[in-house]
Design a protein around this ligand. Structure first.
Ligand code: SF4
Ligand code: SF4
Length: 239
């Protein structure tokens, strides 16, 4: 099949149509060349797949996560991995080898035990899909933090969106107050700010393992997510 020209938006549209037909709420396209090469596996572009989490399930979370939320979390991860797989197979049919980064990643990084092979929220912000909250979660303007994401890394000639460069959290501190581990520092995000300036991943992880061992062996919490006013009561919001 013929390769597409770089000024042609049709590849974006085809990927978007494929992703949305499989359940994605939105697809974002980013230029990753601003990142060090070893942080993007040598690929120049990112494709971010956003899946909206169920409001019905999230609204059941009160003082602690629920078993239903844990199951939902895993189901959504599987859906994301299916969509990113379908996108890389589509791109490879066009002649562009590509890599799908799993929704939930586990890699051993001596510098950061809680990071993944590629940070989905980095691609999402560079795509212009939203900002990083005080909670260090990605915040979508319509769905808030009530999303999960996957990423495709590729050199296919996609058209990148405009990065978001400012937090829109304003004076809100709902997630800071809601965190039972006091893991959220309360700072406003700005591009280049390290994650540990926003929140303490070690305290968060420890709290989940100790307090919620009975729910998915301490793999989820979600209290800072459901406390966020952005995306609440917004299930039918359209971008
Ligand atoms: S997931 Fe839970 S423990 Fe971790 S930062 Fe959010 S509220 Fe705090
Ligand atoms: S709860 Fe408030 S401060 Fe925290 S991420 Fe959401 S908007 Fe930002």
């Amino acid at each position: 099949m013929a390769k597409l020209k770089t000024d042609d938006n049709s590849l974006n549209l085809s990927i978007e149509a494929l992703g949305k037909s499989l359940g994605a709420a939105q697809i974002g396209f980013s230029d990753l060349s601003v990142l060090p090469e070893n942080k993007r596996m040598g690929y120049n572009h990112g494709i971010t797949v956003i899946i909206r989490l169920s409001d019905g399930i999230l609204n059941q979370i009160e003082a602690e996560p629920t078993q239903t939320y844990f199951s939902h979390y895993r189901s959504v991860n599987r859906l994301i991995d299916l969509i990113t797989l379908r996108i890389i197979l589509f791109l490879e049919e066009l002649g562009y080898p590509s890599v799908a980064i799993p929704a939930s990643q586990s890699v051993s990084d001596p510098d950061d035990a809680f990071t993944g092979a590629f940070q989905h929220k980095t691609g999402a912000v560079l795509s212009g899909l939203g900002w990083i909250g005080r909670s260090a979660l990605f915040i979508h303007p319509s769905y808030g933090p009530r999303v999960r994401m996957g990423t495709v890394l590729t050199n296919a000639p996609i058209q990148a969106g405009n990065p978001v460069t400012q937090s829109a959290c304003g004076f809100c501190r709902a997630c800071v107050t809601a965190c039972p581990a006091m893991a959220i520092e309360g700072r406003l995000w700005e591009p280049g700010l390290a994650r540990n300036e926003l929140y303490d991943a070690f305290s968060c992880s420890n709290h989940m393992k100790e307090a919620y061992q009975h729910i998915g062996r301490g793999a989820v919490c979600g209290l800072c997510m459901v406390a966020c006013p952005v995306g609440q009561n917004n299930a039918l919001a359209k971008l």
